[in-house]
Design a protein around this ligand. Structure first.
Ligand SMILES: Cc1cc2nc3c(=O)[nH]c(=O)nc-3n(C[C@H](O)[C@H](O)[C@H](O)COP(=O)(O)OP(=O)(O)OC[C@H]3O[C@@H](n4cnc5c(N)ncnc54)[C@H](O)[C@@H]3O)c2cc1C
Length: 420
């Protein structure tokens, strides 16, 4: 088989797609913006992996003559619908593709509250990524707040790194969390056991439910956080506040490539085909559902892209992981009451210092952008776009190349390549 499959993203979905394609005799080009493969959950590279699926995939890829890996390579956009623009090592390269699998993962939903821009306040997954990347937290006081299972995973990472976790503050009510537990027990036994062992590891740490962030306090750095639970305000002194409200699929590149996006995720069919005949998508960018969904979808996408049928085990795995994804979405969807965290003077767009009060008079994202510069800073609306969607119901569907900040040198390299 002489087909080359291009894959964007080397998380569980991308690694699984890459391994499947190599096993089927195809060649692959795997592009990822991190310096090591693994994506979010397998962050840190092969030396740190404990999941056999990651190690097996990498063992197949490493040194394989049909495998090209571009690490530290950011896909910053596309031209003519079938060429990716990639920045790597400060240079720009145009990468044409015939068949592409998008495995771009997700990012955190960050919601604004007073003090969220203070140094020391991060996303929940953000703090986890910093710790996995080597940031020392031993002996430091950490509060983890927001909603979703990532709060527990982050608490575990912080605890193992020697941090003092002062509290885990979950917005959902205890009754909703109990229903989630029963849902896991009845249909997702393995996940139930994982959750139970996480809770056992975190015993002794206050788990405050039905609670909401009031403010992060500090001067030039974070000193503490106030949360409201049962009508009472509680203050925790801390050095780090990790606040996360769930995950948002990364769809910017898909939108730039004119793939259809529905309800914030890339629309795919049962074979992971997008609305474009030459593009497939797998993993969190098609909907939030965790590592098992990503691995199964990566395999299905690669096989279909090579004209092969899915294996017998993947379709049931995909179905089960979609049922888990639906349970997650039902339980942890951020409640509308979280909008009250963001006061009139709270900054919503931190790149351009735009407050909620300045956004309120506007009817939609486009109008607000033109009038206030919201979403026009270095993050290109990756953080405040989702926050505005939650606060005001605005959609932010625009995706223009470059999708992320790129050096002038990389852009001019690509332009020169096009003219040559
Ligand atoms: C911050 C964070 C922390 C998480 N922590 C956990 C956890 O502890 N436990 C858990 O079960 N789940 C966690 N998740 C959920 C996790 O993402 C999934 O379980 C799993 O990693 C999904 O795999 P994936 O391959 O779909 O995406 P990912 O693992 O996110 O991989 C996507 C890869 O694509 C790369 N990429 C995206 N866009 C581009 C581009 N334009 N150019 C080049 N490369 C690109 C990304 O950098 C990333 O390496 C976390 C998610 C986030 C956002």
């Amino acid at each position: 088989m002489n087909k080359v499959l291009h894959i964007v993203g080397s998380g569980p979905a991308g690694l699984s797609a890459a391994r499947t394609a190599l096993d089927a005799g195809a060649r692959i080009c795997l592009i990822d913006d991190n310096h090591a493969p693994g994506g979010q959950i397998w962050r840190g590279g092969p030396a740190r992996w404990t999941d056999a699926r990651a190690r097996d995939a990498w063992n197949t890829l490493r040194g394989h003559p049909g495998c090209t890996v571009m690490q530290d390579a950011q896909v910053i956009g596309c031209v003519d619908g079938s060429t990716l623009l990639v920045e790597t090592g400060g240079r720009g390269v145009a990468v044409p593709f015939e068949r592409l699998v998008l495995c771009a993962g997700s990012r955190e939903l960050t919601l604004p509250f007073p003090g969220w821009t203070l140094p020391g306040v991060t996303g929940a997954g953000g703090l986890q990524a910093l710790i996995k990347g080597g940031m020392p937290v031993c002996g430091r006081h950490v509060v983890i707040a927001g909603t979703g299972p990532l709060l527990l995973a982050t608490a575990s990472t912080a605890l193992r790194a020697g941090a003092q976790v002062a509290a885990i503050v979950e917005h959902q009510s205890w009754s909703r969390l109990s229903a989630f537990g029963f849902g896991l027990l009845s249909r997702h036994g393995k996940k139930f056991l994982q959750a139970a062992s996480l809770f056992a590891e975190l015993r002794g740490i206050p788990y405050v439910t039905g609670a909401q962030l009031v403010e992060a306090q500090g001067d030039d750095v974070l000193r503490g956080v106030v949360v409201r639970a049962g009508g009472k305000d509680i203050r925790y002194a801390c050095d780090f506040l990790a606040a996360g409200f769930g995950l948002v699929p990364n769809t910017d590149l898909a939108r730039a490539l004119q793939c259809e996006v529905v309800d914030g995720a890339i629309r795919v069919d049962d074979a992971q085909r997008t609305s474009r005949a030459d593009i497939w998508a797998a993993g969190e960018c098609t909907g939030i559902g965790g590592v098992d969904k990503a691995v199964a979808e990566g395999r299905i996408a690669a096989l279909d892209a090579l004209g092969l049928a899915p294996s017998g085990r993947d379709l049931p795995l995909r179905r089960a992981s979609h049922a888990f994804a639906a349970l997650l979405a039902r339980t942890f969807a951020p409640a509308p009451s979280l909008r009250a965290m963001c006061g009139p003077e709270t900054i919503v767009c931190r790149c351009e210092d735009v407050t909620r009060a300045r956004l309120l008079p506007h009817r939609d994202w486009r109008e607000a952008k033109l009038a206030t510069r919201v979403g026009m800073g270095p993050c290109q609306g990756k953080t405040c776009g989702a926050a505005c969607a939650f606060l005001f119901g605005w959609s932010h569907e625009d995706a223009r190349t470059p999708l992320m900040p790129a050096t002038a040198r990389a852009l001019s390299d690509i332009a020169n390549e096009g003219e040559a």
